[in-house]
Design a binder for this molecule. Structure first.
Ligand code: CDP
Length: 788
């Protein structure tokens, strides 16, 4: 394995942090929501629809209610009395909490059973009798767009089709002209399949409404506690649950990956029941419910095109998207970007023309469109451009590595304005590709491939050189439901020099407890072990938009640095006062101020903090605390150069990833070990859709692989030995020069693997294979091409 550089090696490059090698990996208090038991707690389970599209004729709860311990069966009609049967989605669409008369997808919530014990609630679910009149669902998004397709959202007054939104970016006319005149064009139709985040820990909550104080404490699995509190207040404010009466606590939530950003109906039903009965209500999904009903990811149908010269200069790209949103648009995108950050699809290459056109459509599938370990659709964009880059190279007979080298944006072109309007902050793409090619010995691999081909063996080498766009985001462009996407840090240093630092983000295992403490330690000189990091409690943490889309380092990490610097400025004033010199005469070294030229005249940060409570300059405010809400001036643009080597068994169609080397560039690294861990996990989640994962529905709307028996999540057995390394191109606008990293590997791994498999078959005339590249799919292609 290529080792991450040590902190020593990265020290001295840009604004890097001298950091410890170890990661503390403390996650919160070690308390998953299912471990919490509150006095008087009652339990909720959910009746779900077996049909994808059906009228509800009746719901008979008699048998369920007769079961000892069952307290209530809640239906949409019950919620309707309190105007709680619909809720807004994060994309300003509407979603049923419980249906009144129609279900829109298989596994949709139909009713909720409340009981004294969890198992009684589960048993009672089986006894609720629901009579349905099934209707023919609309499952194919292309058919859903046809003019004679049945209109699914009849609840929306005046709606005459299934179209949700249309979105464009770029200059259509100019791009079309380049395509019309280009020497070479390539075009592929691709589907980035519907998948699921499949976090090991499912979603759940305990809604605990205190009738006496009119106060709701919501213990829940959320990646964005503050935003959720605001939304609960918007939904339930008319019942007196206004924002100051709501506390959201996100404990250790397990994996999030974007799937714990939305509000699910179960949360709202639990709140409604607790509000009505005044007892804490616990709801925890089971594995199957999580997979079948929670927000999906991806499901973009893309027509991708690239135009260029015979010599291999990329001139333009064009993308047409059909986005299958299920029955409601419950994606978690910034408001202005309904197709997320898809417009990063111009990639790492220097050309002037691109055009994207996206349409979203309703179907009878579960809602969602979450940013599964990706910055709002970057995975889809990178897959499209990186596949097309290989298609272009293949068509003109040029080596795909060389074609990339020839088209990369040069490091001296940054900040670089992309054809679709983004200002890339920094990058050195040549260096990254050069490094990964050296590590794998690219030219030797190509020679080996040639030899193997001569023997009839199939070996492929896949490259992906991606540019990411993370750190949402600058307030001028980014909001969710109108709330600007800043993030925050509040640092309070106690008289003895020990600090508590609170953030608007919420770690799900990314190690914020370690890295945020390191940032404060580096900036203030307080040892990291004396910085207590807290997130996830709306009563204590400053307001923030939460953790997803690799935004924590670019936003809250920056806020931590700036809040620390505000405190350092105060410490300097106190030092000048105590040492009886002017501030200009002082010099800072992490942990102390001393007088220039007289290092024995020194005050440590601990002495200065103590003085902030005991002996501060006249007129100065006492105490030692600072808050910063960081509104980033730009996004950060991490990048990566990945190479994957595959061997294919012709007889079975089985793909074996022999080698995978990932060179990432996330600017200055705060903690190399954590970054390496992020990359390992992300690569496995990129392997998943490349070879294994896809949620499959039949025409009747039945999910065909709705359990983990059939939905293939790669385990350690399927995962290759990931080899990782990095280059460092600091972000010029981030206070620490850092960029996000969490999702880069998920974004880059899938196209690298797909490119490797297509490369293995390219001599047979294969130009594209849809992911997941399963053995039967590959074997069929090999058979068609006469290779077996
Ligand atoms: O928003 P999220 O925490 O998922 O993503 P991130 O900002 O990419 O950070 C993931 C983890 O990697 C955090 O603990 C970061 O502090 C750490 N990281 C780092 O050590 N250096 C970087 N340049 C970027 C992230």
């Amino acid at each position: 394995m290529i080792q991450c550089k040590t902190s020593k090696e990265i020290g001295g490059m840009g604004h890097s942090i001298k950091r410890k090698e170890d990661a503390r990996f403390i996650q919160g208090k070690g308390q998953y929501i299912d471990d919490i038991k509150l006095p008087g707690m009652i339990y909720m389970d959910i009746v779900r629809s077996p049909y994808a599209y059906a009228k509800i004729l009746s719901i008979n709860s008699e048998k369920a209610l007769a079961l000892p311990g069952v307290l209530a069966v809640v239906t949409g009609k019950d919620l309707e009395q309190h105007n709680l049967h619909w809720m807004p989605t994060l994309m300003s669409d509407t979603q049923m909490v419980l249906p009144i008369d129609t279900v829109m997808y298989q596994s949709q919530e139909v009713a909720a059973v409340i009981a004294t014990e969890r198992y009684i609630a589960a048993d009672a679910v089986e006894l609720v009798e629901v009579e349905y009149e099934p209707m023919q669902p609309v499952m194919d998004p292309f058919k859903a767009m046809e003019s004679d397709a049945p209109v699914l959202r009849v609840d929306k007054e005046g709606k005459t089709d299934n179209h949700i939104w249309h979105w464009e970016a770029g200059d259509k006319e100019a791009t079309d002209q380049v395509f019309n005149e280009a020497e070479v064009t390539v075009k592929e139709q691709m589907h980035i399949p519907r998948i699921h985040v499949v976090s090991i820990e499912t979603c759940g909550c305990i809604a605990d409404y205190d009738k006496i104080n009119n106060y709701l404490t919501m213990h829940m699995t959320t990646q964005a506690p503050h935003a959720i509190r605001t939304i609960i207040a918007l939904v339930a404010g008319h019942l007196g649950l206004t924002e100051e009466k709501i506390r959201v606590i996100s404990h250790d939530i397990g994996g999030g990956f974007g799937g714990k950003v939305p509000i699910y109906p179960g949360y709202v039903i639990a709140i409604a029941v607790s509000f009505l009965v005044g007892k804490p209500v616990k709801w925890i999904e089971d594995r199957t419910e999580n997979l079948q009903a929670d927000s999906f990811a991806r499901d973009y149908h893309i027509t991708a095109e690239m135009a260029g010269t015979k010599e291999g200069k990329i001139l333009a790209t064009r993308f047409k998207l059909l986005c299958d949103q299920g029955y409601t648009d419950a994606a978690a995108n910034p408001s202005k970007y309904p197709a997320g950050m898809f417009s990063i699809c111009t990639g790492s290459y220097d050309y002037q023309h691109s055009y994207v056109e996206a349409d979203a459509v309703y179907t009878n599938k579960p809602p969602g469109g979450v940013a599964y370990r990706c910055s709002f659709r970057v995975t889809e964009a990178v897959h499209a451009v990186e596949r097309m880059t290989d298609c272009f190279a293949q068509k003109i007979g040029k080596d795909p590595a060389q074609l990339r080298m020839d088209n990369f944006i040069h490091k001296d072109q940054f900040p670089y304005k992309s054809a679709l309007g983004w200002e890339y902050d920094s990058g050195d793409y040549h260096q990254g590709l050069q490094k990964v090619m050296e590590v794998v010995d690219y030219h030797a691999l190509r020679k080996e491939q040639e030899e193997k081909r001569a023997k009839g063996e199939l070996m492929g080498i896949g490259i992906c050189t991606f540019t990411e766009i993370v750190g949402a985001g600058p307030s001028k462009d980014f909001d969710i439901l109108g709330i600007k996407m800043f993030d925050s840090a509040e640092i309070r240093v106690h008289p003895t020099g020990k600090a508590i630092a609170r953030f608007g983000t919420k770690s799900q295992g990314q190690g914020h407890e370690t890295t945020y403490a390191q940032i404060v330690a580096e900036e203030l000189g307080i040892p990291a072990e004396h910085v207590q990091v807290e997130e996830g409690d709306t009563d204590t943490a400053p307001y923030g938009l939460g953790t997803y889309a690799s935004r924590s380092t670019p936003t809250a990490g920056a806020a931590a640095a700036i809040a620390s610097r505000k405190l350092r400025a105060k410490a300097k004033k106190i030092a000048a006062y105590l040492l009886e010199v002017s501030e200009e005469d002082l010099e800072w070294e992490p942990g102390k101020f001393f007088v220039k030229g007289a290092p024995e005249k020194v005050k440590t940060i601990q002495e200065l903090v103590f003085a902030a409570y005991t002996n501060y300059p006249p007129g100065m405010e006492a105490g030692f605390e600072a808050t910063h809400y960081y509104d980033p001036p730009n996004l950060t643009f991490p990048s990566g150069a990945y190479i994957c080597v595959v061997d294919i068994d012709k007889e079975t169609g089985q793909v074996k990833v022999r080698r995978f080397v990932a060179i990432d560039d996330c600017g200055n690294i705060i903690n190399p070990m954590i970054v390496q861990g992020q990359v390992h996990g992300g690569l496995t989640q990129g392997l998943a859709p490349a070879l294994y994962e896809e949620l499959i529905y039949d025409e009747e709307g039945n999910i065909l692989n709705g359990t983990l028996m059939d939905y293939l999540v790669p385990t350690a057995v399927e995962s290759p030995n990931w080899e990782t390394g990095h280059t460092i191109t600091p972000s010029p606008h981030h206070p620490l020069g850092a960029k996000g990293v969490g999702e880069s590997p998920t974004v880059g791994a899938t196209p690298a693997i797909a490119n490797a498999v297509v490369d293995a078959l390219s001599h047979l005339g294969v130009t594209h294979i849809e992911i997941p590249i399963t053995p039967p799919k590959l074997w069929k292609i090999l058979k068609e091409k006469g290779a077996v």
